[in-house]
Ligand binder design. Structure first.
Ligand code: ADP
Ligand code: MG
Length: 350
């Protein structure tokens, strides 16, 4: 065959290709909005779902709001206020930094934003088109903060849309579990999630008071009985790595694999840590046959030893020296799990 010529992909096709990678499903869509609210310094965040998110979802916050200077570029791909220079990636502490979420949501659903900063007397209601361009701007009433509404997610992608409607209850379940992760980690932030059904019945699905401690957040999310079955964990893995959290006490695990009660964080950022999950489960099961533990673990490490920019949804993380981290973690956990040291307990985080 003759060698075909290589041409650049046009901007609109790139947008379509990338949008579905940033927003995979309902949980990842809501996650991006909640993270934006946290990055905006909100201390109250409400997630309002209609029909479990199938019809629409809305994230309402009391953060810093968006300045009118930014309205036009707000939902453009790769536009962010959080990262100015590539070298900043080494020290990123905000949840977002890729400037992709709002742009992807414009392509995947109908996006509107209501926002007001403390320097504005009134709020502005913004409507965006599929490509992320601002199509309408009008004044409205609102307190300082931002409300982002997305209607008809995936209506633009027929295959994903079918899957979305078919799996809505499952996606909703995953979303609640994900919101629990933010309720556990976001200290001092009040987080509420409501769902309104077609017959206009609204129920509160999750409600936290925004306490300052991991312990209080666990009690709010899982209840006192569950908390009483946990023991605090405070491990020193190396000079630069500490792990704080809670694990099921020996003999207090669950008979089924409770993935929805195992939460891992790096410096408070909820992430997937499959190797750590496997290690924690294996060690617990070796000491407590056929049981899985509840595990809530926050790895406290310098920002330059890990990379969260691995996948667009930022759930996957690479560590610079994963081998020695896992080895030291195993040694530290063995001390906690060993049946001979079942009563071993260390001072946990407050
Ligand atoms: P990123 O979070 O990676 O910057 P996004 O597409 O999620 O990208 O958001 C683009 C920009 O819009 C953010 O950098 C921020 O400046 C602004 N923004 C989005 N949501 C909010 C919000 N709830 N409050 C204040 N600013 C927001
Ligand atoms: Mg973001």
């Amino acid at each position: 065959m003759t060698s075909p010529s290589i041409k650049p992909i046009n901007k609109s096709a790139i947008h379509k290709i990338c949008a579905g990678q940033v927003i995979l499903d309902l949980p990842s869509a809501v996650k991006e909005l909640v993270e934006n609210s946290l990055d905006a310094g909100s201390i109250s965040i409400e997630v309002a779902l209609k029909e479990y998110g199938e019809e629409s979802f809305q994230v309402i916050d009391n953060g810093c709001g968006i300045s009118p200077d930014n309205f036009k570029v707000l939902a453009l791909k790769h536009h962010t206020s959080k990262l100015a220079d590539f070298s900043d990636l080494q020290s990123v502490t905000t949840f977002g930094f890729r400037g992709e979420a709002l742009s992807a949501l414009c392509y995947l659903g109908d996006l509107t934003v209501e926002t007001r900063t403390k320097s504005e007397q009134v709020a502005t209601h913004l409507t965006f088109g599929r490509s992320g361009l601002l199509t309408e701007e009008k004044k409205t009433a609102r307190q300082v903060g931002t409300t982002v509404t997305v209607k008809k997610l995936f209506s633009n992608l027929p295959v994903r849309s079918k899957e979305f409607h078919r799996n809505i209850r499952k996606e909703y379940g995953k979303l609640i579990s994900l919101l629990n992760a933010y309720a556990l980690t976001a200290k001092g932030v009040r987080l509420v999630c409501t769902n309104t059904t077609v017959n206009n019945k609204t129920s509160v699905v999750l409600k936290t008071q925004g306490s300052g401690s991991f312990k209080d957040n666990i009690i709010t999310v899982f209840g006192m009985n569950t908390f009483n079955c946990l023991e605090p964990l405070s491990l020193v893995i190396s000079d630069s790595c500490k792990v704080d959290g809670f694990l099921s006490k020996s003999g207090n695990g669950s008979g089924r694999n409770i993935g929805d009660r195992q939460y891992f964080f790096i410096n408070g950022r909820p992430v997937d840590m499959p190797k750590v999950t496997k290690l924690v489960n294996e060690l617990y099961r070796s000491a407590n046959s056929k049981q899985y533990p509840i595990a809530i673990m926050n790895f406290i490490v310098p920002t330059n030893v890990y990379d969260v920019n691995v996948t667009p949804d930022k759930r996957k993380v690479f560590f610079s020296d994963e081998g020695s981290l896992m080895k030291s973690l195993k040694e530290a956990l063995l001390k906690v799990y060993s049946p001979h040291l079942a009563s071993f307990s260390v001072q946990g985080p407050e």
